[in-house]
Design a protein around this ligand. Structure first.
Ligand SMILES: *Cc1c(COP(=O)(O)O)cnc(C)c1O
Length: 498
């Protein structure tokens, strides 16, 4: 609003009121201008109305919102539903052009600005998480698995004859499938057991790198954030091998961005060796709906390569979510969440240790996993283990996993022993829980209480089922439910009985 406007206002209301009003507006406009000038994450989070002011202004810059716009194309960002328009702040053009995801879109100046600014905010997040060397990054509006696919395909442009991806095993189906979807052959490197911890098999990785023809290898793929007792991969050693043998190194850093420990290790890996691309999920690190990932590199050439590979335009929805979230949190807000998470992790470990002592179990020692924790489950008979997981789920505890070490799994033509445990060779069954960003102390309290209840109830069920199976009729006479009476397989227990 220019000075002419305020002069006019003074003709309508008293000058002192007009002055106050113009100060209030100017302060906001200054904040917005400074933000556009420096493209930095604000120290403190912005109020919602300031964020909406920016969003509304930017959406007015997109052609679908131009006054008197007359549309004759096949893609004009039209909205049939006002609810949908509102949900997207009237942004409808998406981002990118057919040739490049990061290229400004002529019909959508506002969307293009938001995309550029969001990528700058993300760069700042890496900085505040401890990444001191400059990186390049951009948000890809597909989730982690698909972003890994894009990353691998972009590496193919510099290694056109490559067939293999050397993969340090992590039992998350989408990681493995990303290799198959990208059209490569996985070379699976099982983890090695060291004490309680599953660690990267560096010897085997190096052996494979030497054994295979160098040009046949697309990259080595490692993973940082994962379920305990798997450790963050030894990315420093892998980076050294990759540098020596001139092979790209792709890091799956799905929820590692929220951990300063992991981000320091990525930086270290880059400084002692080779890191080409690291990929992180937006939902896991920023608490937004699933649908985006951040592809980051230390090299702008590689980044442009990924951006150029993306065919067509992309949804701006995940971009808008991250843009709003980061402005709303600011540096302070994000760091506070990060610190709270670290404290919660320590608290969860302590609570689980106390719990473990009471149940003759133990918390596995996983120094190199800063997020996920494993509690041994050695006292529960094998056939009664998975029920504990169901019991927790029915009690509204989500995100925990019981790993009973009895599963074979086949994905495409590949067979995995003890799928879910990241290795064929771990002996101790366990329960995993994670302290990830956004966790609250109350969650931990409730979880421990319900875990206690579920453990006790499961122990009771184990006894009755065992008695029953051994033909002790007296337990039936004590009034067990009908579904229990016909029970021969614990997995078919009616959920009401849990
Ligand atoms: C979540 C996760 C994935 C898959 O992520 P999507 O966003 O669902 O594609 C892959 N790897 C790891 C380690 C993960 O935690």
């Amino acid at each position: 609003m220019d000075s002419e406007f305020w002069k006019i206002v003074q003709n309508i209301i008293p000058a002192t009121y007009a002055k106050q009003a113009s100060d209030a507006i100017r302060a906001r406009e200054n904040t917005i201008r400074t933000f556009f000038q420096h493209k930095k994450l604000p120290e403190e989070g912005w109020e919602d109305n300031l964020i909406e002011m920016v969003l509304n202004r930017l959406s007015l810059m997109d052609s679908n919102n131009f006054h008197g716009n007359c549309s004759l194309g096949e893609r004009e960002a039209r909205f049939a539903s006002a609810l949908v328009a509102k949900r997207h702040y009237n942004f409808g053009h998406g981002v990118g052009r057919s040739g490049d995801l990061t290229e400004p879109q002529p019909k959508a100046a506002g969307s293009s600005l938001i995309y550029n600014l969001t990528n700058c905010l993300l760069q700042d997040i890496f900085k505040i998480m401890g990444m001191e060397v400059p990186i390049r990054c951009f948000l890809v509006p597909v989730a982690t698995g698909m972003s890994l696919v894009l990353s691998m395909l972009s590496l193919r442009t510099i290694r056109p004859n490559a067939k293999y991806v050397i993969w340090s095993r992590i039992d998350q189906k989408s990681c493995f499938k990303s290799i198959l979807t990208a059209g490569f052959i996985p070379v699976i490197i099982d983890m090695v057991v060291n004490g309680d911890q599953l660690e990267t098999n560096i010897v085997e990785i190096e052996k494979k790198v030497k054994e295979l023809k160098k040009d046949d290898i697309l990259c080595v793929m490692t993973t940082t954030s994962c379920f305990a007792p798997r450790a963050c991969d030894n990315i420093e050693q892998v980076a050294k091998i990759c540098r020596t043998h001139e092979i790209p190194h792709l890091i799956n850093n799905a929820y590692g961005l929220q951990s300063r420990y992991i981000m320091q290790r990525i930086q270290k890996a880059q400084s002692v060796g080779r890191v080409d691309i690291f990929v992180q999920s937006t939902d896991k690190n920023f608490m937004v709906p699933v649908g985006g990932a951040v592809v980051a590199t230390f090299d702008s050439f590689i980044m442009e390569n990924v951006a150029k590979l993306y065919p067509g335009r992309a949804s701006s929805s995940p971009i808008l979510d991250v843009f709003i979230t980061l402005l709303s949190l600011g540096k302070e807000g994000y760091l506070k969440l990060v610190e709270q998470r670290e404290e919660s992790h320590a608290m969860l470990v302590e609570e689980l240790k106390t719990f473990a002592d009471q149940h003759e179990e133990r918390v596995l020692i996983n120094e190199d996993n800063p997020i996920s924790i494993a509690l041994s489950l050695t006292k529960i008979p094998k056939e009664h283990l998975t029920r504990l997981g169901s019991m927790l789920f029915i009690r509204n505890i989500s995100g925990t996993r019981v790993v009973s070490l009895d599963g074979f799994k086949t994905i495409a033509q590949y067979h995995f022993k003890n799928w879910g445990s990241h290795t064929s060779n771990f002996e101790t069954p366990y329960l995993t829980v994670a302290a990830s960003i956004g966790i609250e102390d109350g969650d931990i309290e409730v979880f421990i209480k319900k875990l206690e209840k579920a453990m006790n109830k499961n122990a009771k069920l184990c006894d009755t089922i065992t008695e029953e199976l051994s033909g002790d009729k007296s337990s039936l006479e004590k009034g067990l439910s009908p579904s229990m009476q016909t029970l021969s397989n614990t997995s078919i227990i009616d959920s009401c009985d849990l």
